[in-house]
Design a protein around this ligand. Structure first.
Ligand SMILES: Nc1ncnc2c1ncn2[C@@H]1O[C@H](COP(=O)(O)OP(=O)(O)OP(=O)(O)O)[C@@H](O)[C@H]1O
Ligand code: SF4
Ligand SMILES: [Mg+2]
Length: 370
């Protein structure tokens, strides 16, 4: 196995045709100043997203997925936020853009579908107006043209009787229909990059797959790049080109999707895999929860920040932070001293399996974590 250390630009997805790059995030940090200290919510994240490609950003609650997305889009409060690094969009570094400059990027270039449609829609504004507003503002359409386009948009996201819906309020629709409306609003100005941040967690299980399929279909039809944020590796499995696994504000493993599932390197990714909800078991049981709690982002643990929870942790893990290194397959990077399949990990796994065959399957024993 090669162990090439990666530094600086490009991170895990370096080496692609530069002309294909839509977004390049380089060593992005996003810290919040709080009375308790500085929260390092995003801590040196780098990746490249090509036009029309999909990236799944996966991690537990608090790993920095939303802050990463909002930081790229410049949607964070400025008062206590300190950002560093670079966000190249179409080759232009937009890290220092203020709200005024970002207005030309929001909607027409980048758009976001949020977790809960009820909070992202205006409850006292008719659905039609919520769509036509941005068409008029960003694309300069007149009212008739904007209404016609809004009907077409609602129809394209699978809303029946779209003309009638324009004059309804969000509360008159079901949760799934409301999320379809927020997707229509996000798509209205033809963005080249769509962020979908846990777009289905507020929805019934039966509707979740429909919404994910809709996003995938729209992404393909529009040749739009998409960043799909989720805590569930199962959601991104068949829907993304690449996956970035986040832990404690860092990308700890990244790879083309098929390569990641074929050869997981990080014990954390392995533990996430073991916690994928199982539809074939009662109440969508999880095989195994990850024991312990996510790291404190103000004073993270020394060494590898997963070490307090990792069943394979050795002395070195508690002292030295592992660098991002490349696996055998191209584009596959991870941060671990004893990756899955390495002699040390195999030996520890064998010992654990012998001692406790069921619990040691993948993750540490549940101890009050998620
Ligand atoms: N404005 C803020 N001020 C201080 N800390 C913040 C702020 N916004 C987020 N954080 C912290 O940053 C960390 C990352 O939060 P983030 O919302 O990105 O997590 P997440 O991975 O999206 O989690 P979830 O799956 O629950 O949505 C958390 O510890 C959170 O408390
Ligand atoms: S570096 Fe050590 S503690 Fe961290 S994930 Fe790898 S084995 Fe576990
Ligand atoms: Mg989030």
């Amino acid at each position: 196995m090669s162990r090439k250390v990666v530094t600086g630009s490009g991170g895990g997805l370096a080496g692609r045709d530069p002309s294909a790059k839509l977004l390049e995030v380089v060593d992005l940090t996003t810290h919040f100043r709080t009375p308790r200290g500085t929260v390092k919510a995003v801590d040196g994240v780098s990746f490249v997203l090509e036009r029309g490609r999909t990236l799944g950003v996966v991690g537990e609650s608090g790993s920095g997925k939303t802050v990463l997305s909002r930081s790229i889009m410049g949607l964070l409060p400025s008062s206590n936020t300190v950002r560093g690094g670079h966000v190249y969009y179409e080759g232009v570094d937009i890290i220092d853009y203020g709200p005024e400059q970002m207005r030309s990027v929001w909607g027409a270039e980048m758009a976001m579908v949020f977790q809960d449609p009820m909070t992202s829609l205006n409850p006292v504004m008719k659905i039609g107006r919520q769509i036509t507003e941005s068409l008029e503002l960003h694309l300069g359409m007149d009212n008739d043209e904007a209404r016609e386009t809004a009907v077409a948009l609602l129809s394209s996201v699978g809303i029946p009787e779209p003309a009638q819906r324009l004059d309804e309020y969000p509360h008159q629709l079901s949760g799934g229909m409301r999320q379809r409306v927020t997707i229509a609003i996000a798509l209205a100005c033809g963005p080249r990059l769509l962020f979908a941040d846990e777009p289905t967690t507020a929805l019934d299980v039966t509707v979740q797959a429909q919404i994910l399929n809709l996003l995938q279909q729209q992404q393909k039809e529009r040749h739009m790049a998409m960043i799909l944020v989720t805590h569930d590796l199962g959601v991104v499995a068949g829907r993304t080109d690449e996956i970035a696994v986040m832990y404690g504000g860092k990308v700890v493993e990244t790879a083309p999707t098929a390569a990641l599932f074929a050869d997981v390197k990080m014990p954390y990714t392995e533990a996430l895999l073991a916690s994928i909800p199982r539809l074939d078991l009662p109440s969508h049981s999880r095989l195994s929860a990850i024991g312990g709690r996510p790291p404190d982002l103000i004073s993270p643990p020394k060494g590898c920040n997963f070490s307090p929870r990792c069943v394979y942790a050795q002395e070195r893990c508690h002292v030295e932070e592992p660098p991002l290194v490349e696996a055998d397959s191209p584009g596959h990077f991870y941060r671990c001293w004893y990756p899955v399949g390495s002699p040390t990990q195999v030996e520890i796994r064998a010992r654990l399996d012998a001692a406790e065959p069921v619990k040691s399957t993948r993750a540490a024993t549940p101890a009050g974590g998620n």
